[in-house]
Design a protein around this ligand. Structure first.
Ligand code: G6Q
Length: 524
């Protein structure tokens, strides 16, 4: 890469793109114009444009579940028309947005009162996976925009430790629960919601209190009613919204409660900006398409198994986890849309955490390990906090990491540095190899002016479209998640085995032994 930069002083300008408040410098990648030409041809050969149009048309692109995929409609603040089976979905979407606006305004202004007449100070969102990771990530990302709203907490794990810890700090009289579940049958969410209701009733004593302290976000009105939540307190969404793409729907209610509906609508508007860019920009100028193709370059032609996401922004601390689900659940597939086994790699392992913390833990392996780990750096140019000097240091570290990964340090440079430090020659020979950085380690620099709600929306939509493009090239269904099923089924069966005195004859000896050990421990 040093040579590529030396040979072309214009490389950084030529290999960068800007749209929707996002500047992408992808010049520190192991690519030339020729490589990019081949990758663009690959996208063309995979019928990317046709597939994208099919998605937009509301075709059942999630073919294994026979569902349309229209999360773009949820953030359609423009004038596009989105239809499912011929029906315009926009009036329904706008009606739910109106209800979210009215409700979040009531709670934030103190007009929505708890059962004892007190205003709501805390919201607990109960949901898991796609019904939790998005709002949790966005509430944290938009923390600087929280002015006067309630505190928002997230409970997802069926491990009761999480719920107990959150509730320990709260007063039932001033707490509102948002139970978020597309199906309203998810074991973890229902268990947490039931325990939360019991906690609420233990303190407020009357069943009528539930209506003041519980609302639901779901597609399943019947199950919501059966749980005891008045369906007038239910915010609807639809089966054409996939769980991990549902942040833009009423699943985003905790965001509206935390920072206000205007800010949530800004998030939607930013995503809509990115949709327009994705739909209209030619592939070679299209940020999600270019990111997707670079990923494919390393994944399928460079032997990379993983992709690191390193936000240099503490408020984006949950973004890597969010993108982990978005990408790995979407593209962790081994069968094509037509049911053929693939004979190439599909989705990479996505991982990461914020810089500069990451530099002091795993960056060693990215710099000097044996693996190729393409890295996305995400960096706001301006911070929200006023602390002098911090942001300069953060930005300098981010740029330095990307530069070090690209340039590395040659043996000659390492030797010269050691000599300049006064090290005798036998010491230099002993250490020099350890001090060499191979360089040529690719990264994207994704820069935003400031992490505003609008930019956040654009950023998340950018990754969604990247994942879509990669799924198209790999020929897989990015919108199903059958891999989650088997564990769920077996957990239900093992749970019923716990109640059998002698365990179950149906399971292998290892599982049977573990069940017996659990039974013995818990009956002691
Ligand atoms: C996402 C997945 C999964 C889902 C959760 C919660 O795409 O389908 O993470 O969001 O299992 O499901 P419910 O919303 O139905 O509770």
């Amino acid at each position: 890469m040093r040579d590529l930069f030396d040979d072309d002083p214009d490389r950084s300008r030529r290999f960068s793109l800007e749209a929707c408040g996002i500047f992408l410098d992808y010049s520190k990648n192991l690519v030339t114009d020729e490589t990019l030409g081949h990758l663009l041809a690959l996208a063309g050969a995979a019928d990317l444009t046709t597939r994208r149009d099919s998605l937009l048309r509301g075709d059942k692109v999630n073919n294994t579940e026979d569902r349309a995929v229209l999360h773009m409609a949820l953030r359609n603040v423009g004038s596009r028309s989105y239809r499912v089976d011929g029906d315009d979905v926009m009036p329904g979407i706008r009606a739910v947005l109106d209800r979210m606006r009215a409700f979040s305004d009531e709670v934030r202004s103190g007009r929505w009162l708890g059962y004892t007449g007190q205003r709501i100070t805390d919201v607990v969102s109960i949901g898991i996976g796609g019904s939790s990771l998005g709002p949790k990530m966005a509430c944290e990302a938009l923390h600087p925009y929280r002015q006067g709203g309630p505190r928002v907490h997230f409970v997802s794990n069926v491990d009761g430790a999480q719920l107990v810890q959150v509730l320990a700090e709260l007063d039932a009289a001033t707490t509102l629960f948002v139970v978020a579940s597309k199906t309203f049958t998810t074991q973890e969410t229902i268990a947490n919601a039931e325990s939360a209701r019991a906690w609420c009733l233990a303190s407020l004593h009357r069943d009528e209190a539930v209506a003041h302290h519980f609302v639901a976000v779901s597609t399943n009105a019947e199950a919501v009613a059966a749980f005891g939540i008045d369906t007038r307190n239910m915010f609807e969404f639809w089966d054409w919204v996939g769980g991990r793409y549902s942040l833009w729907s009423a699943i985003g209610l905790p965001i509206a409660l935390a920072v206000g509906m205007e800010q949530f609508e800004e998030v939607l508007a930013g995503a809509c900006d990115m949709d327009e860019h994705f739909i209209t920009a030619p592939s070679e100028r299209n940020i999600p398409v270019v990111l997707a193709l670079l990923g494919i370059w390393y994944n399928n032609f460079g032997g990379a198994d993983t992709q690191a996401i390193i936000p240099y922004d503490q408020n984006l601390q949950f973004l890597p986890t969010y993108l982990q689900q978005l990408d790995m659940e979407s593209n962790g597939k081994r069968v094509t849309r037509d049911g053929e086994m693939v004979d190439y790699q599909t989705g990479p392992v996505i991982w990461g955490q914020p810089g500069t913390d990451a530099q002091h833990s795993f960056f060693q392996l990215i710099h000097q390990g044996t693996r190729l780990i393409p890295t996305d750096f995400i960096l706001p140019m301006r911070s929200h906090h006023p602390l002098e000097g911090h942001h300069d240091k953060l930005v300098a570290n981010c740029f330095a990491q990307a530069q070090a990964l690209m340039r590395g340090r040659t043996e000659e440079e390492a030797r010269a540095e050691l000599a300049a430090g006064g090290m005798p020659s036998e010491g230099i020979e002993r250490l020099v190899r350890h001090r060499v950085f191979p360089g040529n380690r690719p990264s994207n620099m994704i820069v935003v002016d400031q992490l505003t709600p609008r930019v956040l929306g654009a950023l998340v939509a950018m990754y969604e479209h990247k994942v879509f493009v990669q799924g198209v090239v790999w020929g897989i269904d990015s919108f199903d998640q059958w891999g989650v099923e088997l564990g769920k089924q077996l957990a239900a069966s093992i749970l019923s085995d716990f109640r059998q005195a002698k365990g179950s004859p149906r399971v292998d000896s290892s599982t049977a032994g573990l069940i017996r050990r659990y039974q013995t421990t818990t009956t002691d």
